[in-house]
Design a protein around this ligand. Sequence first.
Ligand SMILES: [Zn+2]
Length: 275
Amino acid sequence: MKTRRDFLSKGLMAAGGIVLSPTLLAQANSEVVSKQLDLPSLKGRKVLFTYGGWDGHEPKKFRDFMLPWLKDEGATVEAQDNLSPYTDVDLMKEMDLVIQIFTMSQITNEQEKGLLEAVKNGTGMAGWHGGMCDAFRSNVAYQYMTGGQWVAHPGGVIDYSVNVINKKDPISSGLKDFKMTSEQYFMHVDPNVKVLATTTFNGSNDFWIDGCVMPVAWKKMFGKGRIFYTSLGHNLDHVTSVPEALALTQRGIKWASASKYLAAEKWVSPAYDKD
Ligand SMILES: [Zn+2]
């Protein structure tokens, strides 16, 4: 573990063995972020990072990338490779934010209850891809909290575009549309979430979804807790190689960490026309 830590402090391994130093990543991000953003700081925040589930989504790689960043931002992080912290009422009360990467897998009723109670009381939750919105497929109360559930990624890893549709929200403000080579998530989404970015499917894999516009990133509330999700992140390097994708994720994490300190945002948005 020490060797791994030492390695991490020097540089982060990206796709194909390219080493991206944290400095280079920060520079890439600062080019993306052209103006001062109205986002809360992670300084002093208490974060619970749970990782596990299906290994194809690289929970340990994400842990090794996210933890140093969270600490650099001033957060205190507790990382656990299981879901038992969710049943620790005192611990959960203290947490400002839960970041979870736990694809598929299973959650006990007691763990689910503990997580949802904490979020209702103001602990935020942030996550990406299947680690948050393809976790615990049979737990509808959990999905009620997250705001969406993965159902398909036609064609697997493909080239697709992401459109940043909300130019005002601090999470997506200043970000240009961008391209991904990754899984394009088709999701069942709560129509009330505040959508920040979308993607449009073509019919090359499933002809009947040609033209479907699908949320890629959203924010919402669950009780007093702030929820942020992005579907980007099948592999770590899919996100770290696209500065806009990484910025979206990191900004969402910052926003979600502040439920206990900043006012709730209006999030319900009637999505359907009456005629
Ligand atoms: Zn995936």
